[in-house]
Design a protein around this ligand. Structure first.
Ligand SMILES: Cc1ncc(COP(=O)(O)O)c(C=O)c1O
Length: 457
């Protein structure tokens, strides 16, 4: 069964609904909402009306759809998320961690992992992935170092890894999952940026196929769905009880999930899994590869090439910082990037990245680089980020809502932070509540012209 088919069928029944949502599937549409969203969104917007099933306890069409998705992804169970990977990551943590459980986390994680730490009361043990100063990005996590930590901390319950990273870099999930099995540790993989991997081998190998227990993917990031459609998968071999995942999701989710988003999740999976969809992705990958080959011939331009997903194009141009390159692309060519740092610039592609779009970017890059770049890299005004090993004094949950005071940055050394300090994007934490403020943090905050910081009172 399908939400799409059921809506068609339901409309023919000619029922009169005295239920939420009150717009009555378009009985009246607020004019500007209709103008910009289209009437169809309202026509598909139901609550748990007769036959529409219930996302918090699926027994009908949603259950059937999720089991179809589990077949597509070859998972033990797949859950539809209408509140992004953020909700999936937190639900995964709530499912496997309890208060004071230890969890090993690669520090280049998304902010939602911090939220999960607050809600679970788990104790984070941070592992720093390799940092590439040439590109100013985190690279993969060292699985041997992970094993060393696990061998010394036999009470670690779970590991959380972001794969691929925001910039597309991959870690060796296969090795990590083997280590996890050896030490009886649950592996959660944030694959928010890898939602196309199941549909093209050249992009990356899905963590589900490499033995991860829980994998979370954002369908809206690269796979063409609306914000914030996502999926949570449980690995086929995992011993995790899928009921606990549902219960955890129910702690977080609204009781009025969006049917337009559920429909969008269904149609996205069906399309990606179809011959047409596979051909579309095949063509997309071909176009991106062609684009990369072409821009590699540009003098002064470098494309990041490591163990990475090619839908994330990381570039740098001699004599320009990533910020400067970003400004020129924006001001002169009307091209907006995903992220820039002191070294490089990130351009995201995916479903919707047309040949025409790539051509425009390609032309701009050729022109820009042959333009005799006169801007001399403004290195004086650059902060050279270097990852700082966190020192956790209190867990995020212990200091959540604790009394704090605001002090000037210059007096903050060795105090305990009560703020989340992130560089956004990518949103990787630099300092989290409960961590001791180091000299390097102060330098960073002063560079960012931050005058005050909240510290534990
Ligand atoms: C690595 C990573 N994980 C998780 C998320 C959260 O995803 P969502 O926007 O689907 O909640 C993001 C969002 O930027 C991300 O970059």
């Amino acid at each position: 069964m399908s939400i799409i088919n059921y809506i068609e069928k339901f409309r023919k029944l000619n029922r009169e609904l005295f239920t939420t949502p009150s717009h009555g599937q378009g009985g009246f549409i607020i004019p500007d909402s209709g103008k910009y969203l289209g009437n169809k969104v309202f026509e598909c917007d139901y609550s748990e009306t007769d036959g529409f099933d219930n996302l918090s306890n699926p027994t009908g069409i949603i259950r059937d759809l999720m089991s179809y998705a589990a077949d597509v992804y070859d998972s033990k169970a797949t859950f539809f998320l209408t509140n992004g990977s953020t909700s999936g990551i937190i639900a995964a943590m709530l499912s496997v961690l309890r208060k004071n459980d230890k969890v090993l986390i690669a520090r280049n994680c998304h902010r939602s992992v911090y939220n999960g730490l607050v809600l679970t009361g788990a104790i984070p043990i941070w592992i720093m992935p390799q940092y590439n100063k040439e590109w100013a990005i985190f690279e993969s996590v060292n699985f041997e170092y992970m094993e060393e930590i696990l061998s010394k901390n036999k009470d670690i319950k779970a590991i959380i890894v972001t794969n691929p990273t925001y910039e597309g870099v991959m870690s060796d999930i296969y090795r990590i999952s083997h280590i996890c099995k050896k030490y009886n540790v649950i592996l959660i993989v944030d694959e928010a940026h890898g939602a196309l991997w199941n549909f093209h081998k050249a992009l990356g190998t899905p963590a589900l196929m490499q033995g991860a227990d829980i994998v979370i993917q954002s369908l809206h990031k690269t796979a063409g769905a609306l914000n914030p459609s996502a999926l949570l998968h449980v690995g086929k071999e995992s011993f995790i009880d899928t009921k606990i995942i549902q219960d955890s999701l129910n702690l977080l989710n609204t009781t009025s999930p969006s049917y337009p988003l559920l429909l969008n999740i269904e149609s996205t999976i069906r399309y990606l899994d179809s011959e047409k969809g596979k051909f579309y992705i095949y063509d997309l990958v071909k176009n991106i590869n062609r684009f990369i080959r072409s821009i590699k011939s540009i003098p002064n331009l470098q494309v990041y090439y490591g163990n990475n997903d090619i839908t994330k194009i990381l570039l740098k141009v001699t004599n320009l910082t990533g910020y400067e390159l970003s400004n020129i692309l924006f001001e002169k060519y009307g091209i907006e990037d995903e992220m820039a740092n002191e070294q490089s610039l990130l351009l995201l592609t995916g479903v919707g990245t047309t040949k025409k779009k790539l051509k425009r970017l390609e032309k701009a890059l050729f022109e820009l680089c042959s333009d005799n770049i006169k801007i001399v890299k403004d290195t004086d005004n650059l902060y050279h980020y270097s990852p700082v090993e966190p020192r956790v004094r209190y867990t995020p949950s212990l200091v959540w809502n604790a009394a704090y005071k605001e002090i000037e940055i210059k007096y903050a050394l060795s105090k305990i932070a009560m703020e989340v300090i992130l560089d956004y994007p990518p949103g990787v934490p630099i300092l989290l509540p409960g961590e001791i403020i180091k000299k390097e943090h102060i330098e960073y905050l002063q560079f960012k012209n931050k005058l005050k910081i909240k510290v534990l009172a």
